[in-house]
Design a protein around this ligand. Structure first.
Ligand code: ZN
Length: 154
């Protein structure tokens, strides 16, 4: 029994965040489907954005959908995505931590910005992306705090 406990503690310390998988992020997308290529680009991590690189992974989410906590999370404040008023309609997001991961969700209006939310509970609403990027596959952008690739967690 002791031995087993020690193993569990060890695994937690190593935070082999291996095996950590995001729960459903958006109502209407139970499998966390990724944004493929549309007229505005690809939703993959590392995709080209002009001469920049896409530092997140885009998960399909229709405008106005409810966004859920993908883990038991703590909320660490609102974020501003763009430094440009042209994007005001979608210029919100939230900083989160959960399951050993530090990450951000873009294009979400959070219900609240501090405290905790249980996995599967509502954290906010998807903003009207079509009004800024007509024809895009509307999506939540998932970005790790260290800008590493979130794809292994999906
Ligand atoms: Zn993105």
């Amino acid at each position: 029994m002791m031995k087993m406990k020690r193993l569990v503690v060890l695994a937690a310390l190593l935070c082999v965040c291996d095996g950590v998988t995001f729960g459903q992020l958006c109502s209407g997308n139970p499998g966390n489907s990724k944004r493929l290529t549309d007229r505005w680009g690809s939703g993959s991590y590392g995709a080209k954005r002009g001469n920049r690189i896409h530092k997140g992974l885009d998960i399909v989410c229709n405008d106005g959908s409810v966004v859920y906590a993908p883990f038991d999370v703590t909320l660490h404040g609102k974020l501003i995505v763009y430094n440009n008023q042209d994007y005001a309609a979608i210029n919100e997001g939230i900083n989160l931590r959960g399951s050993g991961l530090c990450f951000k969700l873009f294009y979400v209006r959070p219900d609240k910005t501090t405290g905790t939310v249980r996995k599967g509970e509502r954290i906010g609403v998807m903003l009207p992306m079509q009004s800024v990027y007509p024809g895009i596959t509307s999506h939540v952008h998932v970005q790790m705090c260290d800008k590493s690739d979130p794809t292994p967690y999906f």
